[in-house]
Design a protein around this ligand. Structure first.
Ligand SMILES: Cc1ncc(COP(=O)(O)O)c(C=O)c1O
Length: 432
């Protein structure tokens, strides 16, 4: 090539949640049966989409215009419906023009950071959901800038750490919140969100709030939406149907712009987002048409409550099972469907292991565990010895050692087997 092709930022595009699948597939070839705990796809974990929802989609499949392009910003009736839902909570008010649809929230995330000046940085949580941190870092040609989520304080954002990072780094123009959070499963109290808004006001920043899990809360928690706390700060809420319905294969998510006209630069960003989608024509039509019909159906709230209760029950079982391991820092979860479990400092060492009978599998593990973080080493042993596929937390922009699990398995027996096997394997590994 006459010129270097790749930007430095391209090195930031890593996604261990999918990367680990390649290793698991190699183990499958050696006869290891894999339990997929790496990805938040409820359908993959035996969730059955209810008949009434399928009927709504079937009916839409019969309509001719479901096959066409829709408006660039998205189906007008759906944006009208969603604006109304937002406005009813009584916070920041929006019109359908403040809503922009994407092909999944992943598309929204990569587009928003891509449009920012490389020197304009958005600080995000650590541990980080890598779709945000990688896309932000790739745009900046630099590593992500993060504030700490504190496992010793329910995984809540360390607001002092956030304040100091913002204060001493004038390149920071925005703050990302994920609430309820992936990967920690935590739901943030209003006081914390209010303090984050104060920081945004003091330093003239905008907010991004990823609320894809907004309706997935349990154990008595409810999530506070950005629109409720944002006051006059400019911000973007990100929503979607991948997790809630769940319909991850629909590739359908959207942004809501709050206080769009309160700041000229922010207003230009919103316009650029709209323009970028126009160049692409539009996002997926059929799932957008389904949104008002499904979310507006009287059966929806009850259905979601039921699923939430089941996730809550699973969270209790996992807490009871893994709490028993004193080397782990464990927080009970309240939202989304993940938990991040941390090994206490000094408990992991480079010579721990699990028994593996198959020499070919052992050879693979030996290869993978050369020169890796101590939590990746644990994760690869767990995968090879038990088939349980989790994700190391050091791959979520974190200095901590631990792993992320999901709370999704709907096959009760398999679910209980997974977490008791995991507990026993952790014990054996730590004692080895
Ligand atoms: C916090 C968060 N945001 C966005 C996404 C991406 O969702 P989508 O399927 O709409 O691209 C995910 C998926 O796991 C997520 O956890």
């Amino acid at each position: 090539m006459r010129q270097k092709l790749l930007s430095e930022g391209a090195n930031e595009l890593t996604y261990e949640i999918r990367e680990i699948v390649k290793k698991a597939r190699l183990l499958e070839d050696e006869g290891v049966s894999i339990i997929w705990e790496n990805i938040g796809d409820p359908v993959n974990k035996h969730n059955q989409i209810p008949g009434w929802m399928k009927e709504i989609v079937q009916e839409l499949v019969g309509e001719n215009d479901s096959y066409g392009y829709c408006d660039s910003k998205g189906v007008p009736e759906t944006r009208e419906f969603l604006a109304q839902i937002n406005n009813e909570i009584g916070g920041a008010q929006i019109t359908p023009e403040d809503i922009l649809f994407f092909n999944g929230l992943g598309d929204a995330i990569s587009t928003v950071y891509h449009l920012l000046e490389p020197t304009a940085r958005v600080i995000g949580p650590s541990p980080a959901y890598s779709t945000h941190s990688s896309a932000e870092a790739a745009h900046a040609n630099h590593h992500p800038i993060t504030y700490t989520l504190d496992p010793e304080n329910n995984w809540y954002p360390d607001v002092d750490d956030l304040y100091n990072k913002v204060k001493y780094n004038p390149n920071i123009v925005g703050i990302l919140i994920i609430n309820p959070d992936n990967p920690t499963g935590m739901v943030y109290p209003r006081e914390i969100l209010d303090r984050i808004m104060e920081i945004a006001k003091e330093f003239n920043l905008f907010l991004i709030s990823d609320e894809i899990y907004h309706r997935i809360t349990y154990n008595g928690a409810e999530a506070c939406a950005l629109a409720e706390v944002i006051d006059d700060v400019p911000g973007i809420a990100m929503r979607g149907i991948s997790k809630e319905l769940p319909w991850p294969g629909s590739r359908c998510g959207w942004m809501e712009y709050y206080n769009r006209d309160s700041d000229e630069e922010f207003s230009r960003l919103c316009k650029a987002l709209d323009d970028a989608k126009m160049i692409e024509v539009c996002s997926t039509t059929l799932p957008q048409k389904a949104i008002p019909k499904i979310l507006g159906d009287p059966r929806y709230a009850e259905y979601r409550d039921q699923l939430n209760q089941e996730i809550g029950k699973r969270s209790e079982f996992i807490a009871d099972t893994l709490h028993a391991v004193p080397e782990l820092t464990f927080n009970k979860t309240y939202g989304a469907f993940y938990n991040t479990i941390v090994f206490k400092e000094g408990t992991l060492t480079p010579d721990q292991h699990l028994e593996i009978d198959n020499p070919k599998v052992q050879a693979l593990v030996d290869e993978w565990t050369q020169d890796v973080s101590l939590d990746s080493r644990f994760v690869y042993y767990l995968l090879a010895a038990t088939g349980i596929c989790v994700v190391p937390i050091s791959s979520f922009c974190s200095d901590l050692y631990g792993f992320r699990i999901t709370l999704l398995e709907e096959d009760e027996e398999l679910f209980q087997h997974t977490f008791t096997t995991m507990r026993d394997a952790i014990r054996t590994y730590l004692d080895s």
